[in-house]
Design a protein around this ligand. Structure first.
Ligand code: PLP
Length: 357
């Protein structure tokens, strides 16, 4: 597919861009361009464009506005010390986007086309990729654009990619997270959409996030919907538990947990570093007793946006407890250093994870 490229007529000046890149925060500053691509039952994928980033006009009857047929991805472009711009495992994002599309009864965008669209945006907005600790967060997404109020999979979709330069995800920087355990709300049920990256999952998690904020917490720990006992994940990050004997446990992908690319990469890195990693159910009661007995030495959350974040305290309606998290050379910090080192080109990429643009 060839994308029609119409560069922005008045892009942000180099000076204003440099200023914006100094402290971009997360998800507030956007680049000059966007990529759009349409799908219809009659034409399949067509009308690929790179244009100035601008509002999208949609019909008020577009089915996404009524039945939430929408999916997205989150990935980053990094500038290496050598000055190259790279993506990290974009094939994994393409593949997960395809699985999300299937779950939401949407058309699948082929892996090569997905990567081509993402690369087209990074290429035209390459000056927006921060050097140093920042990166360019990429947000591919797709929604049902057909104007039709009947309930069935739409016949028309818009796929779009936008980008924003980002610094640290959490305002507190590396401060350990304080988590709220929701006993009232769940994120995903067996047979539901928990393993798909769809906007609806986030919409349903916001009330629990608000509850967490009311309790002075940063994020929510979601438990399984059936027993309210097993730890699943945070609203947008997977969880790892490090035992004092050095072994690591992470909840298994049973269909209610989002299969994080950071999660799977950390499992591989940890195993290659000689650590024992088990994907096994871990209960809230176990977490508390392991933290109290000292069997648990660290807990951390991970995802593309926040990378690796240590967990310091867990709060629930039945009281709170702390995780030791010895400062300095924690397992979390060693794993993060490896992962970021590969992404930034400072550590050799022996697994073929990095793709140069
Ligand atoms: C995106 C996401 C993650 C993290 O996935 P990564 O591929 O590591 O960024 C974890 N949980 C949820 C619910 C997510 O949406």
């Amino acid at each position: 597919m060839t994308f029609t490229i119409t560069p922005h007529a008045s892009p942000v000046s180099a000076q204003a861009r440099e200023k914006a890149l100094e402290d971009p925060g997360f998800g507030r500053v956007f680049t000059d361009h966007m990529v759009t691509l349409r799908w219809s039952a009659a034409q399949g994928w067509h009308d690929g464009k790179v244009t100035a980033r601008a509002p999208i006009a949609i019909d008020p009857a577009a089915s996404v506005l009524h039945y939430a047929q929408e999916i997205f991805e989150g990935m980053k472009a990094y500038r290496t010390a050598k000055g190259d711009i790279v993506l990290f495992r974009p094939d994994k994002n393409a593949n997960r986007f395809a699985r999300s599309a299937e779950r939401l009864a949407m058309p699948v965008i082929p892996e090569a086309l997905f990567i081509q669209a993402v690369e087209a945006l990074v290429k035209i907005d390459k000056d927006w990729v921060p050097s140093g600790a920042g990166s360019l967060y990429l947000r591919p997404f797709m929604f049902a654009s057909e104007a039709f109020l009947g309930v069935r999979p739409a016949q028309e979709y818009l796929f779009c990619v936008i980008a924003c330069p980002v610094g640290p995800y959490f305002k507190g920087g590396d401060k350990p997270l304080k988590l709220w355990v929701s006993d009232k709300y769940t994120r995903a049920a067996p047979g539901g959409t928990g393993a798909a990256k769809c906007g609806g999952n986030y919409a349903a998690s916001l009330i629990a996030q608000a509850e967490a904020s009311e309790h002075g917490c940063d994020q929510v720990v979601f438990l399984d919907a059936a027993e309210h006992r097993w730890i699943e994940e945070l609203g947008g990050m997977n969880l790892f538990f490090v035992m004092s004997d050095g072994s690591i446990v992470t909840p298994p992908l049973t269909g209610t947990i989002l299969p994080g690319i950071t999660r799977t990469s950390i499992i591989d890195i940890a195993r290659d570093m000689g650590m024992k990693v088990t994907e096994a159910p871990y209960s809230m009661d176990q977490w508390r007793s392991d933290a109290e007995s000292g069997k648990l030495s660290e807990a951390f959350a991970c995802g593309t946006a926040a990378v690796v974040a240590s967990i310091g305290e867990i709060v629930s309606s039945s009281g709170s407890f702390r995780v030791k998290n010895a400062s300095g050379a924690t397992v979390a910090s060693k794993l993060k250093e490896q992962l970021v080192g590969i992404q930034k080109g400072n550590i050799a990429d022996s697994r073929g994870w990095v793709r140069k643009i």
